[in-house]
Design a protein around this ligand. Sequence first.
Ligand code: ITT
Ligand code: MG
Length: 202
Amino acid sequence: MARKFSDEKMVLASHNKGKLAEFAHLFRPHGIEILSAGELGLPEPEETGETFEDNAILKAVAAAKAADMPALADDSGLAAAALNGAPGVYSARWAGPEKDFTAAMQRLEDELIAAGNTDRSAAFVCVLALAWPDGHVETVRGEAKGRLIWPPRGDGGFGYDPVFMPVGRTKTFAEMKPEDKKEISHRAEAFERLIKTCIASE
Ligand SMILES: O=P(O)(O)OP(=O)(O)OP(=O)(O)OC[C@H]1O[C@@H](n2cnc3c(O)ncnc32)[C@H](O)[C@@H]1O
Ligand SMILES: [Mg+2]
């Protein structure tokens, strides 16, 4: 049995403004007060894990202990099939310290072409970890399947959204309205699972 969240507030252990905006929407109907790691002055831990799960857990546990309240972390990224899942857990690092996603998307395109440009399928993955100050953690995962387009399209969203076209759609995540991305995103799928396993009272 998963541990249930029964507090009134939690820390959102992310320093990514795009994610924080999406979580603000996702949490709206649930009546939980969200404090961000930034507003509490929490440091950004080094993401030394090899999997999304490892990194989500290390970020959530560090924040829960530092803030002494439950903390939710999101570790996510884009996995290109032709690149054996790259950039994967390195998705943020491909953009460098300047967070230059124009350069990161260009690198992705260059590597797809170098790999033969025959398979442009990809998935966005999101792992959420909810940790308590005693170290207990629950994790859930969500995925959005699609393909990588070129050139980038749209100026909404964040990160790699301008090159990601979800299956069955004609708009990239960056061309969609936030409420449309929310219907099908990896983050929304993981969030729905989190609500079912750890938040909803039966
Ligand atoms: O660790 P935190 O502080 O949460 O913020 P971050 O930006 O470093 O986040 P990650 O370590 O999880 O790295 C994930 C990267 O993958 C990309 N990414 C994740 N979800 C995305 C989405 O919905 N749309 C576009 N890019 C996304 C984005 O570039 C993120 O920087
Ligand atoms: Mg990060």
